[in-house]
Ligand binder design. Structure first.
Ligand code: CU
Length: 153
């Protein structure tokens, strides 16, 4: 019995050290966390509707990886992200009314054009707030190709 006490204490100390190490490792892991993935599907319907669907909403603030797929068989789409409290219906439009006037909105991040069937991805660190994700190919925004994303603390 006496002989087995020492290893038992040793094991207890090791367990404590191990637990401390895990806690520290946990903090480090948080700082270099894997991004949250938001899959974005964009397509246009036969009836003219343009849609954007998000795989999750809301998401927690931090590193977000948008995996964007243009599901359309025949149209180019693009993907823009803007942090704003503006309602999409209140976005400034260009004179012809078929595109959002990007020059009047600051802070837009853009993935750019995706050919039909193509995918792209964009990684960003998002702070808490409200974001509008949209496509600004002519006529698409007004036909519904946008989504709002809530980012929570
Ligand atoms: Cu589009």
């Amino acid at each position: 019995m006496t002989q087995s006490n020492a290893p038992a204490i040793g094991a207890a100390i090791s367990a404590t050290i191990l637990a401390t190490s895990i806690a520290v490792a946990g903090e480090v892991k948080l700082a270099t966390a894997e991004p949250s993935i938001v899959a974005v599907s964009m397509t246009n319907k036969q009836d003219g509707h343009q849609i954007m669907i998000l795989s999750q909403n809301p998401v927690h603030a931090g590193l977000i990886l948008f995996k964007v797929k243009n599901e359309s068989p025949n149209s180019v789409h693009e993907f823009l992200v803007l942090k704003t409290d503006l309602d999409p219906g209140a976005f400034p439009m260009e004179g012809d009314g078929i595109r959002v006037d990007e020059s009047k909105l600051s802070g837009i991040k853009e993935l750019g054009d995706l050919e039909p069937g193509k995918s792209g991805q964009m990684q960003m660190t998002l702070s808490p707030g409200r974001y509008v994700l949209f496509c600004n190919q002519p006529g698409h925004f007004m036909a519904g190709m946008y989504a709002t994303l809530s980012v929570t603390p």
